[in-house]
Design a protein around this ligand. Structure first.
Ligand code: ADP
Ligand code: MG
Length: 259
């Protein structure tokens, strides 16, 4: 895993294992994500999708297995044979390479939209405010919110807040973006504006892992679909194959319920 980073997949996940008490939530998950690839992760509630994303950016500490971004192990430093868990600024630096957008937007309520986007750039990346500001404005324009930069989050719709959350994650110049059911909490009429921003990002070549129940989005945008059940990848392949002609019973019955 520590060979030339340009020769390896952008993200490598190997034998990733996580339990909460006696409940095994991930039981040795393996997959790669190539640069520019869009991978949609589908699966029933409780199958381990969120835990998988949280282990990828080390919000959750895996029990075993590794995650590597460009060949660099996420969340740990190798010391001889042992892995020492990273903390503080070292972990923050690694995490800043992996943007994450959650179901809940988690914006700072007492800061304007612009300040929300500047926060990570100025605090984590330590960019001076005068260089960070034009970039934050450009990102807010890109997600269609140029007119809202001085508004506060509670004056925006859920769809607009979620687009701010995407801009905030992009501000860190991530190599990989993770989306965890980021349209599930939105009123139905607001879902498409968020999916449109994600579709643009995919078209521009961003590498993305998207946990979603939006089958149409997966069909249109995903290069690959991963279907998870009970902590395992039970089926994966090109979106057209997995969605159009699932090989495994569990995938078939799940799709029959959500399509
Ligand atoms: P999904 O996102 O596919 O719905 P999750 O990864 O959120 O699944 O959860 C998988 C299982 O792990 C569920 O049974 C959930 O209750 C459990 N779980 C998730 N996080 C925790 C936690 N912090 N402590 C205990 N159990 C958890
Ligand atoms: Mg989840």
């Amino acid at each position: 895993m520590e060979s030339d980073p340009t020769m390896t997949a952008l993200l490598q996940v190997r034998r990733l294992t996580k339990a909460f008490g006696s409940l095994t939530v991930l039981s040795g998950v393996d997959f790669d994500v190539e640069r520019g690839e869009v991978v949609c992760v589908l699966g029933p509630s409780g199958s381990g999708k969120s835990t998988l994303l949280r282990c990828i950016n080390h919000l959750e500490r895996p029990d075993a297995g590794v995650v590597a971004l460009e060949g660099e192990i996420v969340g740990f430093r190798r010391v001889g044979q042992a892995l020492h868990e990273l903390r503080g600024s070292e972990l923050a630096r690694q995490r800043s390479q992996i943007g994450m957008v959650f179901q809940r937007f988690n914006l700072f309520p007492h800061r304007t939209i612009l300040e929300n986007v500047l926060e990570g750039l100025c605090v984590v990346k330590k960019e001076p405010r005068d260089t960070a500001r034009p970039r934050a404005l450009e990102l807010l324009d890109r997600v269609g919110l140029a007119g809202k930069v001085d508004s506060y989050p509670n004056h925006l719709s859920g769809g607009q807040q979620q687009r701010v959350a995407i801009a905030r994650a992009l501000a860190m110049r991530p190599k990989l973006m993770l989306f965890d059911e980021c349209t599930s909490a939105l009123d139905p009429e607001l879902v498409s504006e968020v999916l449109a921003v994600m579709k643009d990002l995919a078209r521009e070549g961003m590498t993305m892992i998207v946990v979603t129940h939006e089958i149409a989005f997966a069909r249109d945008v995903a290069d690959r679909v991963i279907f998870m059940d009970a902590g395992n990848i039970v089926e994966q392949g090109p979106a057209g194959d997995v969605l159009g002609n699932p090989q495994v019973d569990r995938t078939r019955s799940f799709l029959a319920r959500v399509m």
